[in-house]
Ligand binder design. Structure first.
Ligand code: CA
Ligand code: CA
Length: 395
């Protein structure tokens, strides 16, 4: 565990609590929330190069093909991982040219070269995380009791945080959000439909009365970035860089919207676990999963990776900035040295990728391979997990 990780874990800032205070206050809803909703706490087979030239897609005329540069490393692939052959690809989305669907921070498309690496074929499961916790005694941030002083600098007056909210817990979707006061006309509106749930953590994903006994093959959730790094270090792995994640998610295809192509539900089939309908009002549940699905429920991509689109968001190594792609290293980029999220400039953010069961086509469409999300590295949520990568030892 490195110094940054130790520091962050000693001072979990639980910005969800603090920010929810600020948001509710700004909406004039703080009193409402305090009185009516005390729980709304303040707050390979490896594809060969010739098989990778897919230039017949919707956007392919502006994109160069993905190329394999280095040879595969079949012999020593660790269990549960697949080899992602090094190569180069067009990263991002040409939303800036008016051709793509997405957000401005996905542009410009830029060429990136990567060394080969192994990647977990699935999101890390509850069973895998349980083995880590059992062997090490590690407690996630959600399992630790926050202190009032942890919020200094995050809220104007830490004394507005009710004592009953200074309890261990995590952030869950609140299906009982108040539709009468729901507003969608500002960037942070989703805060209104989430709540801090005392007792929620990876072993109790919906709160203290829930358990993972019957979902050990589901992705682990309520894992902060710091927790994910701790697991990866224990496993002799690391978190993928954002470039590695996107390159792997594309599965050898070039310029496609999803890991399998450009159609969201090809032949009328749902091939990822997302939200069908208007968020947050209506989930038609056409993919049969209102929450997490077991890993390997849906087809793998061209590299043998499962659920790179949907199910749960996946933490990546990099800091987030909206302008990352304007000046990105061309080979093995590690992301910017500092973080900046214009919507929450005081909070450092790490990258999340792939979308989740909470993503709908009228809301975040985060299940596209180029979609970028970001999160406070000390906060877990009920729809974010991770998977790891590993580099071959240098000779
Ligand atoms: Ca679903
Ligand atoms: Ca995923």
């Amino acid at each position: 565990m490195n110094a940054r990780t130790e520091t962050s874990i000693r001072r979990p800032y639980k910005s969800w609590i603090a920010l929810t205070v600020a948001l509710l206050a700004s909406l004039g809803l703080l009193g409402y929330a305090m009185n009516r909703q005390p729980e709304l706490t303040v707050a390979p087979p490896v594809p060969q190069a010739e098989a990778l030239d897919h230039r017949d897609g919707l956007k392919s005329t502006s994109l160069d093909p993905t190329l394999v540069i280095d040879p595969p490393a079949h012999a020593s692939t660790p269990p549960g991982m697949v080899w992602i052959p090094g190569g180069e690809f067009d990263m991002g989305n040409d939303i800036d040219t008016g051709r793509g669907i997405g957000q401005p921070d996905e542009a410009p498309v830029h060429r990136v070269a990567l060394d080969g690496f192994w990647m977990d074929e699935t999101e890390v499961t509850n069973a895998q995380f349980a083995e880590f916790a059992r062997e090490t005694g590690y407690l996630t941030i959600a399992e630790r009791t926050p202190k009032r002083e942890d919020f200094v600098g995050l809220v104007e007056d830490v004394n507005v945080i009710p004592e009953e909210n200074l309890v261990a817990g995590s952030v869950c979707f609140n299906p009982k959000y108040d539709w009468r006061t729901l507003r969608k006309d500002f960037a942070l509106w989703p805060y209104q439909v989430w709540k801090y749930v005392p007792g929620a953590d990876w072993k109790h994903p919906e709160g203290e009365d829930s358990s993972i006994d019957d979902i050990m093959d589901h992705p682990v959730v309520h894992i902060s970035w710091n927790d994910a790094v701790a697991y990866a270090e224990w496993a002799g792995k690391r978190l993928p860089t954002e470039a590695e994640w996107e390159y792997a998610a594309r599965g050898g295809l070039s310029g496609k919207m999803y890991p399998w192509g450009d159609e969201l539900h090809p032949q009328g089939e749902w091939v990822n676990n997302i939200w069908q309908g208007t968020f947050p009002e209506n989930n038609r549940n056409e993919d049969s999963f209102m929450s997490t699905a077991p890993v390997k429920t849906f087809p793998a991509n061209g590299y043998g990776l499962y659920e790179m689109s949907g199910n749960v968001w996946e933490w990546c190594h990099d800091f987030y900035r909206p302008d990352t792609y304007a000046d990105s290293e061309p080979r093995n980029p590690q992301g910017p040295e500092t973080s900046f999220d214009p919507n929450e400039p005081t909070i450092p953010k790490r990258i999340q990728r792939g979308g989740s069961f909470m993503c709908s086509d009228d809301y975040c469409i985060g299940y596209r391979v180029s979609a970028r999300m970001k999160g406070d590295p000390s906060t877990g949520t009920s729809h974010c997990g991770f998977r790891c990568v590993k580099s071959p030892r240098r000779q």
